[in-house]
Design a protein around this ligand. Structure first.
Ligand code: ADP
Ligand code: ADP
Ligand code: ZN
Length: 212
């Protein structure tokens, strides 16, 4: 089971990918999480990636592709994985198909058409500085305000979730990532899920596609 989550920033990719990973016992691989972990650890990759992420731009393909190819060749990914936030460009998609006869068996696009909706989602998103879990102040609130349910860590608004950067990320999405929808439609592997529904309803729709 090799799954790609495709969708605009804030569409719900991370939220759904975590649940898919837990149910089907496959690793959840988020390029955004990998970059943020590298920034936190102060690695060379982290330093390079941060400059792009702060501006709401994509990290260059050269830095991103090798990282993912390495990650999915680890033993825990042998029976599948759910990729969240990769590929985001046509060259990244090509890098993915180029390796070891990879077949994309399922692609979810979570349609979230209205700009205001997206800003609302991202503005309310809170990320745990301890474990990276994500919440939403209205739609997926933690039990105690600003405290992670899982690890007790502090919840913060990501710098790149501020409205100025969200706007930039959305235009980057339209220019560079949206073309992948057609790319995967042509490959007949695209399944669309309505991401504007309640979190649990979206997940039920995904399970209907992937099998119980
Ligand atoms: P979101 O959850 O809103 O989709 P992510 O956490 O996936 O955001 O990504 C945050 C940032 O990390 C992106 O704006 C981009 O700068 C960088 N990034 C993540 N994945 C990729 C990728 N596949 N290619 C290039 N840059 C990426
Ligand atoms: P992405 O990874 O696509 O950028 P996330 O999964 O991080 O998106 O979701 C963005 C924000 O919206 C988070 O705060 C999350 O809790 C919230 N969210 C996710 N899915 C839904 C949904 N179906 N309805 C309402 N809020 C949602
Ligand atoms: Zn936590």
């Amino acid at each position: 089971m090799k799954i790609i989550m495709l969708g605009a920033p804030g569409a719900g990719k991370g939220t759904q990918a975590k649940q898919i990973a837990a149910k089907y016992e496959i690793p959840h691989i988020s390029t955004g999480d990998i970059f943020r972990a590298n920034i936190k650890e102060g690695t060379e990759l982290g330093k390079k990636a941060k400059a792009f992420m702060d501006k709401g731009e994509l990290v260059p393909d050269e830095l991103t592709c090798d990282l993912v190819v390495d990650r999915i060749s680890k033993p825990d990914a042998a029976k599948g994985y759910v990729l969240d936030g990769f590929p985001r460009t046509i060259p990244q998609a090509e890098a993915l198909t180029g390796i070891r006869d990879l077949i994309v068996t399922g692609v979810q696009t979570c349609a979230l058409p209205i700009y205001e909706n997206i800003v609302h989602r991202m503005g309310g998103r809170r990320a745990c500085i301890g474990c990276g879990a994500t919440y939403h102040v209205e739609f997926n609130a933690p039990k105690v305000e600003d405290v992670c349910d899982t690890c007790g860590g502090e919840l913060v608004l990501r710098d790149d979730d501020k409205p100025e950067t969200v706007q930039k990320r959305l235009s980057v999405y339209h220019a560079q990532t949206q073309p992948l929808i057609d790319y995967y439609k042509k490959a007949n592997v695209l399944v669309e899920v309505d991401g504007t529904q309640d979190i649990n309803v979206v997940f039920q729709d995904i399970v209907k596609i992937l099998g119980a």
